[in-house]
Design a protein around this ligand. Sequence first.
Ligand code: NAP
Length: 362
Amino acid sequence: MNKKIIKTALCCFAVIAMIILGFTTYTYFSIKDYLDSKTVFAVVIVGVVVTLAMGIAIAGVSAFAMALYKDKENSEDKKMAQIIYGSEVAKELKDEMKMEIAKREDEGKKVPTLCVILVGNNPASVSYVTGKEKACKEIGLGSKMIHLEENTTQEELMRVVRECNEDSSIDGILVQLPLPKHLNEKEVLWAIDPNKDVDGLHPINVGKLHLGEEGFVPCTPQGIIELLKRMNVDLRGKRAVVIGRSNLVGNPVARLLMNENATVTICHSKTENIQAICKEADILVVAIGKAKFVTKDFVKEGAYVIDVGVNRNDEGKLVGDVDFDDVVDHVSAITPVPKGVGPMTITMLLKNTIQACKNAEV
Ligand code: NAP
């Protein structure tokens, strides 16, 4: 119980006690000449007891009423932020895709197949590729993994990509990044058939995104928009700020937000007054790779915050680019890390592979 409630209860008690004491004193002086001393004593005792009982009862009732009022006020003041679990949305989408693939099989249609090309043994890349294979299996999508030696030459890798382009059993091709330093990433990505480029990094698909044409869109930005749509966030006319301008996340998500008629600002490492700009955002997307960079000083009350960052803190725990605990009481909704944007990325890869297969059938 807070001080204000206790003070109010004591005041009530004091006022009631004064009134009843006054009444008892008045009664005492009115009757003392007519009654014997024992009766007068009894009247005084009854008066004091009644005073105390009434005072305590009224103080209790007022304290209870105040506490109820305070609770109501608090619950109205502080609306809980919605935690946007991408893992749940991803599960829904995967269930839908699983049914779609099963239906295709029943109808004797081709099972879409994703081919992942991994060069070397970078532990993070190996774990991402394993995750992709597992996700394909979960929904009944075909998957093919091509694991090349760390010292694979550019020519060998280009040949593998060309073979995958020609292979009609493969619908989607993903080259796991980053490639070992001696390989030319751009040349490899540009060699992928744009119709099989399910990661959306080929210049034809990048161009289509910027022209507002149908094409493949990088999976993380696509997942972010899907999350916002599934939550029925109306992006039209809203002020969106994206921190980060990479080709993988920042740039494409900004373009997608603009395609949804949001008014978009992109911030990067050279942006001045970044806090003030972010504070204007109805939708704030953060993709910079700096643990807990965004605090409540960056966030407008009631904003939607999408945290793309994946960082390890000193204890080895996964944390986002947003200081979740600091901002959560100030926002309408926020994605957690992990279980936020991450699960949507693989899900969009599966979706794109199914789409590539369907496009090839038309
Ligand atoms: P990136 O290529 O390193 O780009 C980082 C961007 O952040 C750059 O545009 C950089 O600006 C900007 N930046 C860096 N420090 C900044 C600062 N102090 N203030 C403002 N802007 C700053 O990274 P990325 O590939 O976009 O990934 C970003 C984060 O998302 C990483 O943590 C990554 O692990 C994560 N991620 C997650 C998923 C997922 O599925 N959950 C997918 C992809 C990426 P400049 O351009 O000026 O250098």
